[in-house]
Ligand binder design. Structure first.
Ligand code: DGL
Length: 267
């Protein structure tokens, strides 16, 4: 294998700010890693899109970004994009691609009632990838799925400093609770990277006795393992990359800076 440029970044990709929940964990393990955080804000939200649309965007954009920025590794920090397009991206790019898939396995290990809730986007919850995870890891458990598109916009708004009504979180909780058997849910899989960003608000909406599971820490460990032994040196400030310039990006500035992203660019 050829020597990796110490300045080659890790590239984390999401439709919006959701992947910052993964970046936070990556920072803890790899504080010196040069990072590009890429948000396809021009395509946000992915949840209501078709499989073909998501796959085309993700493959096209990651191809362009890989050529332009030469990352050492790409993390698709988005469950929707990963459950649809992970295999396709791996087929065409020759660097390690780490995906983000619903944390059904740890949830199944952790539940005491045997009833698990899963909140994701409309596209994620219908993926055969999720059916396979359920069949493999949640046999004998009841897994109830619900789409929570409002939580994507809630997380986007929260990180722009806007106030979000608690009714949004209560509605998301109710879509799981109100399903047959839903009252017994004690573990909820946050199967969209936006949702850990509003975990405290969701916890208040679900009430006591419910815990939340997501994959960010595990994904960061996987990335750290794949980068084991590689030299890392930041030669310029970490970059937040967007696919469309828009006025709302200014409001995101303070959040991006808190995640160490002090430069912004539009692809
Ligand atoms: N953050 C994304 C996920 O993990 C999707 C949000 C969206 O674009 O709908 O699924």
């Amino acid at each position: 294998m050829s020597e990796i440029d110490p300045a080659a970044p890790l590239l984390l990709f999401d439709s919006g700010v959701g992947g910052l929940s993964v970046l936070a964990e990556v920072r803890r393990l790899l504080p010196h890693a040069p990072v590009i955080y890429a948000a396809d804000n021009g395509g946000l939200p992915y949840g209501p899109k078709s499989e073909a649309e998501v796959a085309a965007r993700v493959c096209g954009l990651l191809g362009r970004m890989a050529e332009r920025y030469r990352p050492r590794l790409i993390c698709i920090a988005c469950n929707t994009a990963s459950t649809i397009a992970l295999g396709m991206v791996r087929d065409v790019l020759e660097i390690p691609i780490v995906g983000t898939v619903p944390a059904i396995k740890p949830a199944a290990e952790q539940t005491r009632t045997g009833t698990i809730g899963l909140l994701g986007t409309a596209a994620t919850i219908r993926q055969p990838y999720v059916d396979r995870l359920e069949a493999e890891f949640a046999q004998g458990k009841l897994l109830l799925r619900a789409a929570a598109p409002e939580l994507v916009s809630a997380a986007e708004a929260k990180l722009r400093g806007e106030v979000v009504s608690s009714a949004v979180y209560q509605r998301a909780a109710a879509t799981l609770r109100d399903q047959p058997g839903g009252a017994a849910i004690d573990t909820v899989v946050l199967a969209c990277t936006h949702f850990p960003l509003v975990e405290a608000q969701l916890a208040a909406a679900f009430g006591p006795g419910v815990s939340f599971v997501h994959g960010a820490a595990g994904i960061a460990r996987r990335i750290a393992r794949l980068c084991d032994g590689q030299a890392m040196a930041r030669t310029q400030p970490d970059l937040a990359l967007f696919t469309r310039g828009e006025p709302g990006l200014a409001a995101l500035g303070p959040t991006l800076e808190a995640y160490g992203l002090t430069r912004q660019e539009v692809l």
